[in-house]
Design a protein. Structure first.
Length: 454
């Protein structure tokens, strides 16, 4: 009897449909209904566990290919592209990153998901590493693109320029014109681009076409061993110290040019640089100008105002955090003004147009203060642990009032030896001296004209 039961159970389990883990003993098996039900449950449980143990690892759906192209002159778009690549891995995409000039517009036709981040330089021009792509895209004979090309564009610019974000906008409009499908409206980011970029990034990966195409996601992009991630960046600067300032120009010179030495002691290899790189410098505004603005707006400076980062007194914010010169469309709108004469700066608006503003409204209209870039004028081989700059002070007259640049005069005039300076290395890989000693080199000195030749 015992053997008969075992034989029957074995035959039921062996003869079940392949992959079927549910077991039903036949009604003629030597059990009553209640026993059969109990045994069916037991055997189904055992066979399910066994099937799971025997199965190989589940094959994950592959991540969907994504192309991320960037055009970047001073590195911001390149940094954002790397972030986009990492983020895309968490959303089911495997991104490949490249400069825009590595492709032609026709190459885009082969792809289904393309994201472009591009800044605007010069007077509304694309950055150097996007010029060929841009020119070919704008050409009247550019080939049509398929609607299967789903794309997004994020533009980085500066609203104080006449052609604000022209390159990004042109690229977006032309891709639409040629037949490609935008997955999201293009985004036009100003100098404080972080929040707008983050919102665009979220929106792109939430768009229907990206959600439907997403494959398996990973928690992070696999680390590229060749990719160097600097510790000190625009948003996490190294705190260096001013060593020394020496004026290079003569007393009768029309321009004041200063040689500036900054100590990078303690930064170690996280502040290593190459000849050809630039140094990002976070300046502070001039206290005298802050006083003029407070007076012009009838503020005391003690008013407490809210910012995303917390609250602070108006004076502290004007001194350390806000662009106290630039007037753009956003600030006029915030201040309830329809227009202002060209070249008006913040102090002119307050003095001449006298908008009715409380301190919070005033601050809400101002842009965040930005770092300035300076070509590095030293070699780490000759001056380890230091970085030297050659900075021309910016002074000019507007509406019969003397004006000055924020950073160039802060470095040259208002900082004393030993003062802290927030800095970061802005790598310019395309500007490094070639390793090929036979290659001809043409050196051109714009700006102060001498920084790269020291
Ligand atoms: C990659 C790179 C490398 C650079 N390297 C160097 C370098 O080695 N040395 C160097 O000196 N600079 C260099 N610069 C320029 C530098 O970054 C700053 O732009 C410059 O020092 C002015 O900054 P600032 O804060 O003093 O002036 P800001 O406060 O930025 O004021 C400049 C602004 O003032 C206004 N302005 C200036 N003159 C007039 C005028 N006549 N009429 C009306 N408005 C006017 C304009 O709006 C102008 O944009 C470099 C820039 C880049 C992008
Ligand atoms: C010399 C110079 C010219 C610029 N010209 C423009 C311009 O015409 N329009 C604009 O919107 N932004 C302009 N910008 C601002 C840059 O686009 C902005 O700083 C952007 O964040 C740079 O991104 P990138 O570092 O990726 O090149 C200019 C900046 C510099 C330094």
């Amino acid at each position: 009897m015992k053997n008969q039961i075992i034989t029957q159970l074995t035959s039921v389990v062996e003869n079940r449909e392949t992959n079927d883990t549910v077991i039903n003993l036949p009604e003629d098996s030597p059990f009553d209904a209640e026993q059969r039900q109990w045994l069916n449950g037991l055997l189904t449980g055992i066979s399910t566990i066994a099937a799971a143990a025997n199965a190989g690892p589940e094959e994950a759906a592959p991540a969907t290919p994504l192309k991320v192209y960037y055009g970047s002159q001073s590195g911001n778009c390149e940094v954002l592209s790397k972030d986009l690549k990492k983020f895309s891995a968490t959303q089911g995409f495997e991104a490949e990153l490249a400069e825009l000039d590595t492709i032609t517009p026709a190459d885009l036709a082969a792809h289904q998901h393309v994201l472009i981040i591009c800044s605007t330089f010069g007077e509304g021009e694309p950055p150097d590493n996007a010029k060929n792509f841009y020119t070919a895209l704008m050409a009247s004979d550019a080939a049509p693109l398929p609607a299967t090309l789903n794309f997004g564009v994020c533009g980085l610019g500066d609203s104080s320029y006449t052609h604000f974000n022209k390159a990004g906008e042109d690229i977006y409009s032309r891709l639409v014109e040629l037949g490609a499908t935008p997955c999201h409206e293009w985004i036009s980011c100003d100098v404080s681009f972080e929040d707008d970029y983050a919102a665009w990034k979220e929106a792109v990966f939430k768009s229907e076409v990206f959600v439907n195409a997403a494959g398996a996601s990973s928690s992070a992009a696999s680390a590229d061993p060749d990719e160097y991630e600097p510790k000190y960046t625009k948003n996490n600067p190294f705190i260096g110290n001013l060593i020394h300032v020496e004026t290079l120009s003569g007393p009768d010179s029309a321009k004041c040019v200063n040689h500036i030495e900054i100590s990078l002691a303690g930064g170690g290899e996280d502040v290593d640089y190459h000849v050809g790189d630039a140094l990002g410098v976070w300046p502070l505004n001039c206290a005298k100008e802050v006083n003029e603005i407070l007076k012009a707006g009838s503020f005391t400076g003690k008013e407490i105002v809210e910012q995303k980062t917390g609250s602070a007194s108006l004076r502290v914010l004007l001194q350390n955090k806000l662009d106290i010169h630039t007037v753009n469309a956003k600030c006029l709108e915030t201040w309830g003004l329809s227009e202002a004469p060209d070249d008006y700066q913040v102090v002119d608006v307050l003095r001449e147009l006298k908008p009715e503003l409380d301190a919070q409204m005033f601050v809400d209209g101002l842009r965040a203060l930005q770092p300035r870039l300076y070509s590095i004028a030293s070699s780490p081989k000759k001056h380890p642990g230091e970085v030297h700059l050659t900075v021309g002070e910016v002074h000019y007259y507007l509406f019969d009032k003397e004006r000055k640049g924020v950073a160039s005069t802060w470095l040259g005039d208002r900082l004393s030896a030993g003062s802290n300076i927030g800095v970061y290395i802005q790598s310019s890989a395309h500007f490094h001296i070639t390793g090929n000693d036979d290659a001809p080199v043409i050196m051109i000195g714009p700006g102060t004209g001498i920084a790269p030749f020291r």
